[in-house]
Design a protein around this ligand. Structure first.
Ligand code: BG6
Length: 494
C-alpha cells in the first residue's frame, strides 16, 4: 500500500534464484520497479542457486526471461545494462555452513561499498521443507541480526495444515520477530483485490447495504484454464483446497466481509481480517459433504484444444485422489453477516480464466413492478478481479418506449479507463517489503486461523477419497454437484 518513499540501501538475497518464480515474477518485478524509479538508490540483488554458473550466464538467462515475462519490454533495450549491474549470481548450498559464511562476506563487502550497514531482504523462493534449514543457518551466521533492518519473505504454502503452520511460525520466531516476517499471498497484491477496501470504505453509498439486511449471498470464483502444467509432483497431495482456498480465496473473503478498520495501519487491517476468519463457522466433520464439493478434471477440450485429464499429467498418480476443484459454502457468525452464505469455488481446467466476486442483493420485499410481464432481476455487484478488471453494478431500468417494460442493465467502471497498464501483484508486494509495510502480508495468526477454517474439510477429504473422480471434463464449469450446492438454497452461480 505504498506511497513514494525514500528507500534505504538494501541487499536483496534470493534463495532459489534459478527457479520458476524468480524468472517469471521476481526479477521482472524488480526490473519494473527499477525502471519506474522505485528501487532504492543503492541496491544489489544477490541471486543464490545450487548450480555452478558465472555471472554472465545468469544475467543472460534473466534477460531472456525479462523479454518473455516483463510487463514493460520496451525498456529492456535502454535499461538492462544499468539494471544488470545490480545483480550478482552466487553459488549456494542451502545446508552448508560455508555457504552462509561466504554470503556474510559478500553482504559485508556490499555494505562497505554502500558505506553503511544496508537493509537485508531475504526472499525464500524455495520448496517449503527448506525454510527451517535456511532460517536456522541465517540465525547461526547472524545474517539477519538487525530486527529493524532485516526482513524475510516467505512464499506459500505456509505449512500444510494448522499444526505444521504453528510449528513453522514457532521455528521462524527463533530467528525473526513477527514484524520481520512477510508471508506472501500474491492475490493481496492484485490491484483489483486491493481496491475492495477503497471501494467499500471510500464511498458512502455501498457500506450501508453491505450486510445481511440487504445482501442475499456472496460468491467468489477463481477459475483457471490451465491444468497443473509441470507442477504435477507438487500438486499431488496439495489440491485446490490447500493451494487456493486456504489462502487466496479466504483472503478475498476477508476483504469483502471485514469490519471497517480504524486506520490503514497494518496491525489494524490484519486484526479485522483475523476477526473474519474467527467468525467463519467451522464445518462439522460429518457435514463436509453438505457444505463442500470437490472435483478432479478428466480429459476434455479447452479453447478448441484437446487436453489430458489430471490423472494423465506428468508426476500424477494414475489413481490420484487429489482434487483440482473445490467449492465451499461458508457462514459467518457475526451480526453483519448472520445467515448470508458465502460461496467460494476454484478449479483448474475450467471453461475460461475468470476471477470475480458477486454480491447478490436481496429481492425487493414489495414492488410496484412485481408480477405481470415484469421479471425483476436481483441487483448484483460484480467485482472482476482478472482477466477482466472492472466493477459492474446491475440494476433494473425502464426500456425507452411507450410501454413500461423493465430490463436489467449494467453500470461499469473499467480499470483500463484510468490507466492502461497496472503493476503486477509482485511489484506491489516487493515494494511494500522494501518499504517495511506489512499490510498486504499475512500475520502468523491469520495463516493459522485460515488453516483452522479448512481443517475438517481437509481431514474428511483425506480420509474419504471420492470414488467419482474424475468428475468434470476439462473445459467445463466443474462438477454438477457445485450447482446443487446453491440450488439447495434456491440460488445459482451468477
Ligand atoms: C498459485 C497457485 O498460488 O496461484 C497456482 O499455487 C495457481 O496453482 C496460481 O495457478 C494462480 O495465480 P494467478 O495470479 O495466475 O491467478
Amino acid at each position: 500500500m505504498n506511497e513514494n518513499k525514500m528507500l534505504q540501501s538494501t541487499s536483496i538475497i534470493i534463495f532459489g534464484a534459478t527457479g520458476d518464480l524468480a524468472k517469471r515474477k521476481l526479477l521482472p518485478a524488480f526490473f519494473n520497479l527499477y525502471i519506474e524509479g522505485r528501487m532504492p538508490e543503492q541496491f544489489n540483488i544477490v541471486a543464490l542457486g545450487r548450480a555452478e554458473k558465472n555471472d554472465d550466464d545468469f544475467k543472460n538467462y534473466i534477460k531472456e526471461n525479462l523479454i518473455l515475462f516483463s510487463r514493460n519490454k520496451k525498456a529492456i533495450d535502454t535499461e538492462w545494462e544499468k539494471f544488470q549491474s545490480h545483480i550478482t549470481y552466487f553459488r549456494h548450498q542451502i545446508d552448508e555452513d560455508k555457504s552462509y559464511e561466504d554470503l556474510e562476506l559478500k553482504l559485508k563487502s556490499l555494505d562497505k561499498a554502500y558505506g553503511l550497514r544496508a537493509n537485508r531482504l531475504f526472499y525464500l523462493s524455495i520448496a517449503p521443507n527448506f525454510v527451517s534449514t535456511i532460517s536456522g543457518h541465517l540465525k547461526k551466521a547472524e545474517l539477519a541480526s538487525e530486527p529493524a533492518q532485516d526482513r524475510i519473505i516467505i512464499e506459500k504454502p505456509f505449512g500444510h495444515n494448522k499444526k505444521s503452520a504453528v510449528e513453522l511460525n514457532e521455528l521462524l520466531s527463533r530467528t525473526f520477530e513477527e514484524e520481520q516476517i512477510y508471508r506472501i499471498d500474491h492475490y493481496l497484491g492484485k490491484e483489483t483485490v486491493q481496491n475492495i477496501l477503497a471501494f467499500r470504505f471510500g464511498n458512502s453509498i455501498f457500506e450501508p447495504l453491505w450486510n445481511c439486511k440487504y445482501v442475499e449471498s456472496v460468491q467468489i470464483t477463481v477459475a483457471e484454464e490451465v491444468g497443473v502444467e509441470s507442477r504435477g509432483g507438487f500438486y499431488e497431495g496439495t489440491g485446490a483446497l490447500k493451494d487456493m482456498i486456504q489462502n487466496h480465496l479466504l483472503q478475498i473473503l476477508c476483504m469483502v466481509a471485514m469490519e471497517q478498520p480504524a486506520s490503514l495501519d497494518a496491525g489494524e487491517i490484519r486484526d479485522r481480517k483475523v476477526d473474519v476468519l474467527k467468525s467463519i463457522r467451522r464445518i462439522p466433520y460429518d457435514m463436509v459433504d453438505h457444505y463442500a464439493v470437490r472435483g478432479q478434471y478428466a480429459e476434455g477440450v479447452v479453447k478448441d484444444a484437446h487436453v489430458k485429464g489430471y490423472r494423465q499429467e506428468d508426476g500424477v498418480d494414475a489413481n490420484s485422489p487429489t482434487e483440482t476443484f473445490a467449492s465451499i459454502k461458508f457462514y459467518l457468525d457475526n451480526e453483519r453477516w448472520e445467515g448470508v452464505p458465502f460461496y467460494v469455488r476454484t478449479g483448474k481446467r475450467m471453461r475460461e480464466k475468470q476471477s470475480y466476486i458477486t454480491i447478490k442483493f436481496k429481492p425487493l420485499p414489495q414492488s410496484t413492478f412485481i408480477g405481470g410481464q415484469h421479471a425483476l432481476s436481483q441487483n448484483k455487484l460484480i467485482i472482476n478481479i482478472q482477466p477482466l478488471m472492472d466493477i459492474r453494478l446491475q440494476f433494473m431500468t425502464k426500456m425507452p418506449g411507450l410501454t413500461v417494460e423493465l430490463k436489467p442493465v449494467e453500470m461499469v467502471f473499467d480499470y483500463f479507463s484510468c490507466k492502461e497498464d497496472t503493476p503486477e501483484a509482485y511489484e506491489t508486494l516487493l515494494l511494500d517489503a522494501l518499504e517495511g509495510d506489512l499490510t498486504l502480508f499475512m500475520r502468523s495468526d491469520q495463516v493459522e486461523e485460515a488453516w483452522d477454517v479448512v481443517k475438517t474439510i481437509q481431514e474428511y477429504w483425506e480420509n474419504n477419497p471420492d470414488p467419482s473422480f474424475p468428475n468434470y471434463a476439462a473445459g467445463s464449469n466443474g462438477p454438477k454437484q457445485c450447482e446443487l450446492l446453491l440450488q439447495r438454497e434456491d440460488d445459482s452461480w451468477a
